[in-house]
Ligand binder design. Structure first.
Ligand code: ARG
Length: 461
């Protein structure tokens, strides 16, 4: 059914009906009922509806809520949207008094509320999942706190570090992704109910009471803004997009690491896929799909930005499109997080000996510790590396004489510094790659998650 028949002599034909309806809003059923119950409560409190009417309406809505939770609510093809479906069912359950539900309300403030309630809950789920992912990452990082690998800049070996250090970087990114959802949630947590179609109502409503009933942080300040703005949803999609971009970077690393060329990791059978043509293949499809789906979510972000950019205030039907964008972005992040946790838990990581040249900075820092300006030290070690290259030698072949020739401040014992593994242990600076630092980082990350409250979603289903 539609909620606007009175003014029309004729209804839309099939093509137009199909074009204008979007049944993706059916997943807002629970939110729609929750919002309606709060609205009815407020209408009772303000005396706009009588106590008996309130009781009947709440009884009907409660019955619908139970149907929604039990998955037994039946939508009809003739329901234009979720709001119409609830109102139609309410008529079936309680009769004509159902016609009072829409008092001092419009679908415009109603849908705005539904999406706020939905994303408020979804944000809590994503925060919990991201925390679970970060903790899973920290667990693996700690078990590889002393596994030496080269760190890369420009995809070239830079300094020796530990795999634990590398993985902790992703744990911190996930924690920030969670924080971002938390900040977005504070802007989502505002009730628009009572804004009406655009500019309020002459009835003596109390939007703050509605907001309180929904346990929302506050009520809207401007009705046009309340029904016409979607920046909070764009922000939500950005949170999804940034988290997907971060996961996609990790996915890219997995794709590289499992190649024989990198030789850094091996995937269990349960997270590998084969090739229909090449019998020898073990492919990292999960990581590749995560990377591919990140591309989709970045596209959704562009869509929700574009959706807003030329809309005159207040509500326009364009805004109906926000739902599919938000749902797809959120669903994609949720499933990708779950898949990446699986991938992480079923991957074997290997130590990789960094090239001996990654100790170059250690040599330069030995000079710096003796008061030599860094530029001069850098130059001296750079020249040494260059001359070794010309002679077909490496830093591994360097003796005290070579060092003395490179700079007079070198001492014989500095040859001991040409050791990437020892180099990592000496890297005691904050957030560095030493095993101690990895453990300290993991502890700090867990502490922050515990401080946040709520328990992270367990990493494995
Ligand atoms: N299905 C609509 C949406 O998602 C609900 C609001 C409809 N309002 C209207 N005036 N047609 O945005």
């Amino acid at each position: 059914m539609t909620l606007w028949g009175g003014r029309f002599e004729d209804g839309p034909g099939r093509v137009i009906w199909d074009y204008t309806t979007d049944h993706s809003d059916r997943r807002l059923l629970t939110e729609d009922v929750t919002g309606s119950m709060a609205h009815v409560g407020m209408l009772g409190e303000t005396g706009i509806l009588g106590a008996a009417e309130v009781k009947t309406l709440l009884g009907g809505l409660e019955a619908i809520r139970i149907e929604a939770e039990g998955d037994s609510f039946e939508f009809s093809d003739a329901d234009e949207d979720v709001h119409s479906a609830v109102e139609r069912r309410l008529f079936e359950l309680v009769g004509d008094v159902a016609g009072k539900l829409h008092t001092a309300r419009s679908r415009n403030d109603q849908i705005a509320l539904d999406m706020r309630l939905y994303t408020r809950r979804a944000a809590a789920d994503r925060i919990s999942q991201l925390h679970g992912f970060a903790v899973a990452m920290a667990d693996v990082a700690q078990s590889h706190a002393a596994t030496i690998v080269p760190s890369l800049t420009h995809l070239q070996q830079a300094q020796a570090t530990t795999l634990g250090h590398h993985l902790m970087a992703y744990a911190w990114m996930a924690l920030r992704d969670a924080d971002r959802f938390s900040a977005a949630r504070s802007r989502i947590d505002v009730s628009p109910l009572g804004a009406g179609a655009s500019a309020g109502t002459s009835l003596p409503i109390d939007p703050e009471s509605t907001a309180r009933r929904l346990e929302m942080g506050s009520a809207f300040e401007n009705s046009l803004d309340a029904v016409g703005s979607r920046d909070h949803l764009a922000e939500y999609v950005f949170c999804c997009a940034q988290a997907m971009a971060d996961l996609s970077r990790l996915a890219e690393e997995f794709v590289l690491w499992v190649t024989p060329e990198f030789g850094r990791a091996r995937l269990d059978d349960s997270v590998s896929t084969g090739s229909s043509a090449l019998p020898q293949k073990r492919n990292p499809d999960i990581a590749e799909l995560a990377r591919g789906r990140a591309a989709r979510v970045l596209g959704l972000l562009t869509s929700i930005m574009a959706l807003q950019k030329a809309l005159p205030l207040a509500y326009n039907r364009d805004l109906q499109e926000d739902k599919r964008l938000v749902f797809e972005a959120d669903d994609t992040l949720a499933t990708t997080l779950a898949a990446m946790v699986e991938l992480l838990g079923h991957t074997e990581f290997f130590e990789v000996t960094p090239s001996i040249e990654t100790a170059s900075l250690d040599l330069a820092e030995a000079l710096v510790a003796r008061g030599i300006p860094f530029r001069e030290a850098h130059e001296a070690v750079g020249r040494l590396v260059l001359s070794l290259e010309g002679e077909g030698r490496t830093l591994r072949d360097v003796g005290p004489g070579d060092l003395a020739g490179a700079h007079s401040a070198f001492i014989d014992a500095d040859v001991e510094l040409i050791d990437p593994v020892g180099s990592v242990k000496r890297r005691i600076s904050r957030g560095g790659g030493s095993p101690d630092s990895v453990h300290a980082q993991a502890d700090e990350l867990r502490r922050r998650i515990a401080d946040f409250g709520g328990r992270p979603t367990p990493p494995t289903p």
